[in-house]
Design a protein around this ligand. Sequence first.
Ligand code: HEC
Ligand code: HEC
Ligand code: HEC
Ligand code: HEC
Ligand code: HEC
Ligand code: HEC
Ligand code: HEC
Ligand code: HEC
Length: 307
Amino acid sequence: MIGLSLLLILCKFFLGWGLEILFPKEKSIFEEEFVSVVIKVDPKKIKELSLKANGSEIPLKLEERDTYCKTVKIKPGENLIEVRAVDGKGKVRVKTVRIFMVSQVFPEGNVPPKDFKVFRFHTSRNESLCAKCHKLNGEQETCKSCHPKLIERKFQHPPAVLGCTLCHTGGKDSKYAWAEPISETCYLCHGDRKETWLKKKYIHGPPSTGRCNICHNPHSSEHRFFLRKQILDLCTTCHSEKRVEKHPLSGFVFGSAHPISGKPDPARPGRELTCTGCHNPHASNYRFFFQNDYSGEAILCLRCHKK
Ligand code: HEC
Ligand code: HEC
Ligand code: HEC
Ligand code: HEC
Ligand code: HEC
Ligand code: HEC
Ligand code: HEC
Ligand code: HEC
């Protein structure tokens, strides 16, 4: 079996005139916005090499080797990776792969096409293709050599910096799989939240699924609390009608709308007013998930309007 698939790979390689995209695989699904592209070339044939992700060029320097690796940034939804090579006779070869980034908080990433599949890299067989040049002994430093960008965004989640395997404990299809539901892993360190939230009368739909990573990036983010989007954008992805200026409390506030941003939040020094000034994103004892477990008309308002 192994002999046969090796033969197939070799055939594909030579039929591709010395150019092959080893990873990512065609029609694979990812959840992070960074993906490793690994290109195999025949250095004797190829004289020029270039890489594009969704049309934008990513510089590659041709050297004396047969494997080129690059981390590329992808966007929610479908992405096109394109590799172009020119051989000694000036002939152009092009290889492409299409991949999909899923996300519940970007409409274009909600539903992958039916024939796309989740891909798992960390099997002994895949790793053996890299062992010539990369250390694969599972130490923290080695993770960064292939996944540098995951912890380079502005706000870094401490465990991702300290030890990837705190969450990636491994499973049957990957050495570094993570346990589901992911909330149980989150609660190993954030157990105090589990205590409070699960005692509340109402739990918000998305966190109740156990997929905390719908809204939080487990590794790092450009936004505070490692959110995948700024709060107002995050909430209005699913509650799009709340984008319009009317909410909240139109009618309450003399026919015009109550501000939802652009003003300081009187109850949270240093923070701007946003949806979470009034609504708890996780759980509450009141049905609209009000922050102070609002139980009567004026209580929520008193959080910010003391008089
Ligand atoms: C030789 C490069 C390389 C090294 C070293 C490496 N990875 Fe990966 N890893 C990959 C590639 C390629 C993928 C596929 C996803 C991608 O393109 O980013 C991947 C995917 C993953 C995934 C998703 C599950 C899977 O198996 O596809 C996890 C989790 C992961 N790596 C964790 C780690 C951790 C933890 C370490 C360090 C102990 C590590 N990786 C070291 C290349 C590497
Ligand atoms: C012939 C040697 C060689 C092989 C084989 C090889 N790599 Fe690399 N890889 C490198 C070198 C050298 C770098 C350092 C970055 C650079 O200058 O291109 C690198 C860097 C990387 C990076 C980081 C790229 C970035 O943008 O920071 C990833 C991811 C990676 N390799 C994945 C892999 C995977 C996965 C495999 C196996 C399928 C693999 N490599 C096989 C030589 C190799
Ligand atoms: C706090 C827990 C946690 C830590 C720590 C963590 N991860 Fe993850 N990781 C996850 C979860 C949950 C996912 C599931 C997909 C997602 O939300 O991105 C994931 C997914 C991944 C993926 C696959 C992304 C994809 O596109 O499908 C890679 C690669 C990965 N992690 C690498 C790492 C590396 C490398 C580190 C250390 C630098 C690390 N992780 C640390 C929880 C964690
Ligand atoms: C191995 C321990 C560990 C695990 C597992 C873990 N975290 Fe954390 N997390 C921390 C530490 C340490 C901090 C920084 C201290 C703090 O703010 O609580 C932090 C901070 C946070 C913060 C910011 C808190 C704030 O007030 O600024 C969020 C949000 C968060 N984690 C979410 C998650 C999610 C979601 C998961 C599961 C995918 C998770 N964590 C899993 C250790 C962990
Ligand atoms: C609907 C999106 C969403 C989901 C799903 C979600 N969170 Fe959050 N989380 C947020 C937002 C928004 C904030 C920032 C709250 C604020 O502005 O005070 C936050 C803040 C946090 C904080 C820091 C502040 C606090 O309230 O303690 C932690 C820790 C946290 N989340 C953990 C989790 C865990 C664990 C899960 C899974 C059980 C989860 N989150 C699921 C949106 C979400
Ligand atoms: C991934 C989609 C998603 C995101 C993101 C999201 N929500 Fe929700 N939200 C839901 C769903 C589904 C429900 C209905 C189930 C329920 O009541 O929990 C809901 C219900 C609610 C309700 C109660 C509505 C009612 O009529 O009772 C409020 C209030 C709310 N969300 C506020 C927020 C806020 C604030 C944020 C941002 C922190 C947010 N949501 C982010 C999906 C989402
Ligand atoms: C100043 C406080 C406040 C802010 C800020 C706020 N809300 Fe509300 N929200 C309320 C109140 C009060 C209600 C209940 C209105 C009622 O009684 O019908 C409500 C109701 C809701 C409901 C459920 C009822 C409905 O109309 O569907 C959703 C969903 C919701 N808000 C989402 C959001 C989102 C998303 C944001 C940010 C864009 C936000 N809210 C900002 C106070 C606020
Ligand atoms: C999270 C904090 C917060 C909550 C809760 C809140 N508000 Fe406000 N409200 C504000 C901020 C900030 C402003 C803008 C003040 C300014 O323009 O300087 C505002 C403005 C107003 C105004 C316009 C008049 C003025 O003072 O500028 C009215 C009326 C109002 N709110 C009524 C309410 C009512 C009624 C509730 C309860 C249903 C409520 N608010 C809940 C923060 C809040």
